[in-house]
Write a protein that binds this ligand. Sequence first.
Ligand SMILES: [Zn+2]
Ligand SMILES: [Zn+2]
Ligand SMILES: [Zn+2]
Length: 322
Amino acid sequence: MSYYASILSDERLIRLFEYLVKTGKDVLIPEYDPNHGHTYNDIIDIGIPHDHVFELISKIITLGLGKAEYYDQILRCPYCNSEHIRVYFYCPFCNSTQLYKELLIEHIRDGVIGPISKFKSQNGTLVCPSCGNKLITEGKDYRVVGVWYRCLVCYRQTDLPKIMYRCRICKKEVTAHGLVISSISKIIINKSALEEFSRQHLAIRPIIEELKEMKFSINSPGTLIGKSGTTHKFDIIGINDKGEIIAIDILTSTEPISETTIISTFVKALDVNVKKLVIIAIPALTEGGKKLAQSYGINVLEGKTISEIITSLKSILISSSP
Ligand SMILES: [Zn+2]
Ligand SMILES: [Zn+2]
Ligand SMILES: [Zn+2]
């Protein structure tokens, strides 16, 4: 199955790929949402409900439309799998969570060490409680040598509080060992799938619809057997009620399209008998390519999008000149 056929099989994928082409994105980055945990906002933006996001992501991967690559670590609750985890510091003696944290500093000149509160003077500046000198610059007059946690219930001090992780959803608590480590991926969209979609859905499909309205019967891609016996393939072949055949090749590229691609279309057209040959170049041909097409009598239409091209295409097909 072609990438395009896979995308067409699910209306949500069509919406997603239209969105990707429009925004120029080719990777889906997960983001944390306080209500739903990690999710893909690009998928939410195209109107997919939160509980279907991961189903669509796995479909993208199964169909080969994108691949997952590690993006970030996620810690999960071992009881309910939620990623909404809070960290708590406890007093290791009485299990209270009412802790007061204080920095331990050292007066470098005389080596006096104590909690920062013992160094605070009445006006808020730092003064050594032993020698009475002012401590002004950190790293020069004093340095931080540690942290103390004072329990406001049992008044004992520790430098190693007990750390627990509480699940915001099921309210259960675990130690670091009990947490589940999982990960979330970014999704890198398959470039070929994106190009094929952009060509088929955004260029070829609207042209076919227009031609059908003009009463052409369409084959896309279509083949014609040349005078030489060789079979030639064109993106679109249309036949009107008079039996006149038109052939259209659509060239898409981010760069202007060069002569060589024109030549290959022209060689095919020489061998088959078509009433009109049109090359649609998105966004443009090179100057050399344009001159060459003109000298070959090939109709060239250029534009950034198909809607810029369709009106001129209609007038070329209606006019009687070859
Ligand atoms: Zn939980
Ligand atoms: Zn305590
Ligand atoms: Zn001192």
